[in-house]
Design a protein around this ligand. Structure first.
Ligand SMILES: [Zn+2]
Length: 174
C-alpha cells in the first residue's frame, strides 16, 4: 500500500474523466487499497477519487463515519435517481487553502455501482453520504465542486488559491 500524492486545482488532469472499469483485478484492488490508505492518512478526508491521484479510472472510496470504519468503494458510479435539494458548504482535498463554498445538490440519490468485489450494487443515500457520493462521482467525471458555484464565487476561489500557492512557494524557498 502507498500514500499517493493528491493533485491540486488547477492541475489539468483533474478535468479528465476516469475510464470505466471492466473487471476488478489485482491492479484495481491495489488502486483501491492505496486510495483507502491515502484517504485515512488525512483526519478529515471523507472521500477520494482515483482521478485525484492521477489515475484515470472510475473508482473512488468514501468513509463518512467518525470512527473511520465504514469504508465504501464505488466503481463506475452512475446516479440514476435524485430527490429534493439541499445547499451546504463543501470542500475538497484538491482545492486546499481552507476553501469551502455552498453547493446546491439533490438531497437524496440512488446510485448504481460495482463494489470492490466486482458485484453490481444499488444504494439510496441521503444527507452527508449522498453529498459524498455525488462529490466523488463528479471527480470521476472530471468535475470539481467549484464547477457548481457561480462564476463570481469561482473567481474569488481562484484568487485565494493563487495567493495561497504563492505563500506556499515562498515558504518552500526559505
Ligand atoms: Zn474532492
Amino acid at each position: 500500500m502507498a500514500i499517493l500524492e493528491i493533485l491540486q486545482h488547477p492541475h489539468p488532469n483533474l478535468k479528465l474523466a476516469g475510464e470505466e472499469i471492466k473487471k476488478v483485478d489485482a491492479s484495481i484492488k491495489k488502486i483501491i487499497d492505496d486510495l483507502y490508505e491515502t484517504m485515512y492518512s488525512f483526519e478529515h478526508c471523507v472521500g477520494l477519487a482515483a482521478t485525484q491521484v492521477n489515475i484515470q479510472k472510475k473508482v473512488a472510496v468514501i468513509d463518512i463515519s467518525e470512527e473511520r470504519n465504514e469504508p465504501l468503494c464505488i466503481i463506475n458510479p452512475v446516479i440514476i435517481d435524485t430527490k429534493d435539494e439541499v445547499t451546504e458548504p463543501e470542500s475538497c482535498m484538491s482545492v486546499p487553502a481552507g476553501i469551502s463554498e455552498n453547493v446546491t445538490r439533490p438531497e437524496t440519490v440512488t446510485v448504481e455501482f460495482m463494489d470492490a468485489e466486482g458485484k453490481k450494487q444499488k444504494l439510496t443515500a441521503s444527507g452527508f453520504l449522498a453529498k459524498a457520493i455525488q462529490h466523488e462521482t463528479d471527480h470521476l467525471n472530471g468535475m470539481l465542486f467549484i464547477d457548481h458555484v457561480s462564476r463570481l464565487k469561482r473567481e474569488r476561489i481562484e484568487k485565494r488559491m493563487s495567493k495561497w500557492r504563492k505563500r506556499y512557494a515562498d515558504h518552500a524557498e526559505s
